[in-house]
Design a protein around this ligand. Structure first.
Ligand SMILES: [Mg+2]
Ligand SMILES: [Zn+2]
Length: 196
């Protein structure tokens, strides 16, 4: 059982233009591909876990979702970054009722862990919403909030108290990888900062 990196998509890898549903709206966040490539180089499998409630709400279709997913992967690949698996939740509670795959639900993380032989407790969880890092706490993993324009201030404050906050995905990855290389280090997450 090995560590993996579970990454949010919109607002973490690509710019969150609010329900990204068209390929022309897919723009990678600067440094995201390099961060994923660093995980690739370290042998840490990369899994995207994304809530796509816009499907349940009728804003876009599963086919639209699949095209955007493929575009994200294509743009990452063009920069030398490989994603090992992608899982999405197409549900929305007020439309489709509760499900166990919508973050912070663990189902999609468990699917990725089972498919790739990953230990969630050793793994990294990164995203721009508190729902992206709460799963880390649930399984004993490392959760890092990387705030975007869409991150609520209260969530940044909460993550700063209960999890970790990093300025960029690259910082979160560097902190995680350096902590793994030096597990006895006093500050294994030194490159990431707790938010003041
Ligand atoms: Mg997000
Ligand atoms: Zn779901």
């Amino acid at each position: 059982m090995r560590a993996g990196a579970f990454l949010d998509r919109d607002g973490t890898i690509n710019v969150d233009t609010h329900h990204v549903s068209r390929v022309e709206d897919v723009h990678l966040i600067a440094g995201a591909a390099a961060a994923i490539a660093a995980l690739n180089a370290a042998g840490v499998p990369v899994v995207i876990v994304t809530n796509q409630g816009g499907i349940a709400r009728g804003y876009f279709t599963e086919d639209d979702y699949a095209r955007v997913r493929d575009r994200v992967l294509q743009l990452l690949a063009a920069e030398g970054a490989r994603v090992d698996a992608v899982y999405h939740c197409p549900h929305y509670p007020s439309v489709t009722g509760p499900c166990d795959c919508r973050k912070p639900g663990l189902r999609n993380y468990e699917r990725g862990a089972a498919a790739l032989g990953l230990d969630l407790a050793q793994s990294l969880f990164v995203g721009d919403r508190i729902t992206d890092v709460l799963p880390a706490a649930a399984v004993g993993g490392t959760g890092v909030l990387v705030p975007s324009a869409h991150t609520a201030a209260e969530d940044v404050a909460r993550a700063g108290r209960e999890h970790l906050v990093a300025p960029t995905l690259g910082d979160a990855v560097r902190g995680f990888l350096s902590g793994r290389r030096d597990p006895g280090g006093i500050h294994p997450m030194a490159p990431t900062r707790r938010h003041p």
